[in-house]
Each structure stands twice: as C-alpha cells, then as structure tokens.
Write a protein that binds this ligand. Structure first.
Ligand code: FPP
Length: 248
C-alpha cells in the first residue's frame, strides 16, 4: 500500500529553460523569462485548483548575479513589472506572497515593492507562494547557523543543545509544511543550491519540458508521479504498510 497522499502539500520548482526556449525562437533570453512569467500564472492556478498549500519558486539564485548585466537588468525589470501587475490578482485569489533570500541586494524600489506585496497578502491562506530571490540553500543554512550562534552568544542557548530541530526552526519556510515534491524543468537533474536543507525527504521530479511550456497538465503529471511514490522516511516498506493498516 502507498502512504503518499494524492496531492503534495508543498511543491518547489526550479524554473529552468527560459533561455533555451527563447533561443529556439531566435529571441533574446529576456523573451523567455517573460514567457516564464505566464507559466508561473498557470501553475499558481493549478495549485489553487488542486489544493496544494505551498508553492515555492526559484526565481533568482545567489549565483544568477554572474549573468550578463543586461539579462540581470531585464530580470529585475520583469520582477518589478510582475509585482505591479500580478499582486492584485494573487491577492484576490487568496494567495499569500512571500520572498525568501537575502533581499538587501536588491534596489530600494524592488525591496519596497516586495515588502508591500508581503504585507498586503499576509492575511491570505488559500496558497502560500514563496518566491526565492537572491537565494541559495547554503546561504539559508549559514544564516540559520548565524542566528543559532548569536543565541549562544546571548546566553539563550547552549551550543550542545543545537540539534536538527533547533537549526530547522531558523531555516527559511520553517513554519510551513515540509517540502513534499521538488520539480525541475529544463532537462537537468540537479538541485542547484535550492532548498538544500528542506529537500532532505522530498520526492524529486525532473522533466525535459522547458519552463515556458510547463502548464497545468505538466503539473498534473508531476503530481501523479509523486502520488505513485512510496515515501518511507528511512523505514522499510513493510513498516510503512503496517502504519497504514487500519487494524494497527
Ligand atoms: C532559469 O532559466 C530561469 C531564471 C533564472 C529566471 C526565472 C524567472 C522567471 C520564470 C520569471 C518569472 C518569475 C516570477 C516569479 C515573476 P535559464 O535562463 O537558466 O534558462 P536556460 O537554462 O535555458 O538558459
């Protein structure tokens, strides 16, 4: 018997393939990112329909600053425009929007818009949508470790009392359901420094589909794939089956 609920509570996506999608159409990479924005809208719609509780998207990694300046500039423009245009609709749909990552690297205008969007949607709970920007999984672990060290320095915590649960409370997304399904589009099978801590027991789904082509049908395929997995969390298959036996 399979313990996996049909719909994952928390899905994270590495939205890869915008550049190749644009190149195939002889257009600049920014054209692909713009098309990627439409795919975001469709996937949000799909998550709302399916009852997914949390959607976490990797929009800009700590490493993406190394891209050509014009592409970084175009992405920042796109984020600004998306914030101006999409927040109203997300709010109406009951989506709570949050940005995770080191936001201090962004322009004041962008930081202001991000904070305003978070405040505005803070009371919503149909879907928690987290957008990771200037985010890296190693950064996340380091910032949690720093907070633990500061608590030790203040005398509020003993170093020997730091365990996985303690550190976990300081990681991004700690207050949300654990990550169930990690999706990566664009054909590469790697984590790329996204949610390193949180991915520990997530199911992984890799697809060749380029992000701008990813739609609700693709999301359904990923969810079906997930639903067919047996999640054992370190136990044996027999143990898992026993915990599901109504007689136990
Ligand atoms: C990776 O594709 C994609 C990004 C670095 C940017 C993701 C941004 C969006 C999808 C824009 C919309 C997002 C929001 C939240 C408004 P790539 O450029 O690495 O593609 P490639 O591997 O084909 O070069």
């Amino acid at each position: 018997m399979n313990s996996t609920p049909t719909v994952p509570h928390h899905i994270a996506i590495v939205m890869d393939g915008n550049g190749r999608w644009a190149k195939a159409r002889h257009r600049p990479r920014s054209f692909g990112h713009n098309a990627g924005r439409k795919a975001v809208r469709d996937v949000v719609e799909g998550c709302l329909r399916q009852g997914v509780q949390v959607l976490t998207l990797f929009a800009f990694s700590s490493e993406n600053w190394q891209r050509p300046q014009d592409e970084v500039g175009a992405l920042m423009e796109l984020f600004l425009r998306a914030l101006d245009k999409e927040v109203d609709e997300l709010h109406e749909q009951g989506v709570r929007l949050r940005f995770i990552g080191d936001l201090t690297a962004f322009s004041d205008a962008l930081q202001r818009r991000m904070r305003a969007a978070m405040t505005r949607t803070a009371g919503n709970d149909k879907l928690h949508m987290n957008v990771a920007v200037n985010y890296g999984g190693r950064w996340d672990i380091v910032q949690a470790a720093r907070r633990a060290a500061a608590a030790v320095a203040r005398g509020e915590l003993r170093a020997e009392d730091i365990d996985e649960a303690t550190l976990g409370r300081w990681m991004s997304l700690a207050e949300l359901p654990p990550l169930d399904l990690f999706i990566r589009t664009g054909g590469d099978c790697r984590i790329s420094n996204f949610l390193l801590w949180q991915v520990a027991y997530a199911e992984l789904h890799f697809t060749d589909t380029l992000w701008p082509d990813f739609d609700q049908a693709c999301l359904q395929r990923a969810i079906d794939d997930y639903a067919g997995r047996e999640r054992r969390f370190g136990r044996t298959g027999d143990q898992v089956a026993r915990t599901q036996d109504p007689a136990c």
